[in-house]
Write a protein that binds this ligand. Sequence first.
Ligand code: C5P
Length: 221
Amino acid sequence: NLKINIAIDGPAGAGKSTIARLVAKELSYIYVDTGSMYRAVTWYMLKYGIKPESSDEVLRHARNMVLELMPGADGQKVLVNGQDVSPLIRSREVNGMVSQYAQNEGLREHLVALQREMAARKGVVMDGRDIGTTVLPDAELKIFMTATVKERALRRFKEMGDAQGLTLEQLEKDISERDRLDEGREISPLRCAEDAIVLDTTNMDIPQVVETIVSFCRTHT
Ligand code: C5P
């Protein structure tokens, strides 16, 4: 039973993390949330006041950071220099800044190298923006997950309750802005790989999406 690599890309809030985690569980694969790596770096830079424009500084600090991903009770834990920052990387501050740090070419190269290492032995479900196009162009299965901005904002809204005091309209605006930056950046923009399967999940529930991807995987192995 040979293992493959599965790349899942798509815009913010399409449900990639939830789906990728469940697909990994179903197949006994390792789940890698690459967004959490960009988020952890962003959290660190904000904490130490290093601006995204200071690209050399950002890269120098990122290279010196010890970034670890490990399985947690609900999803994946992210550690920065041994500190579990998982609850801290989903804040509105990080949401608002992450796409700016993610434009840093050197930082991307550094994180992409780490991501490729994690996938070297196969059996990985990796989600992000550039997995099928850049990180794992040879992944045996590539999924591009989409949903309308409205639906994505609504899912986020339900997931958060009003914990962060945001309205649905604000969320929709935040998500559109992040899409715009991720699609428009020069280095590895959010783009559907030519050989990816496009999955519009607007009218699908979670088990349906998981089942669809798992069945694609079975036809590959
Ligand atoms: O997936 P998530 O929403 O957690 O990603 C947060 C941000 O990290 C994205 O909006 C994007 O700017 C950046 N990112 C990226 N490349 C990836 C994963 C995430 O640029 N592979």
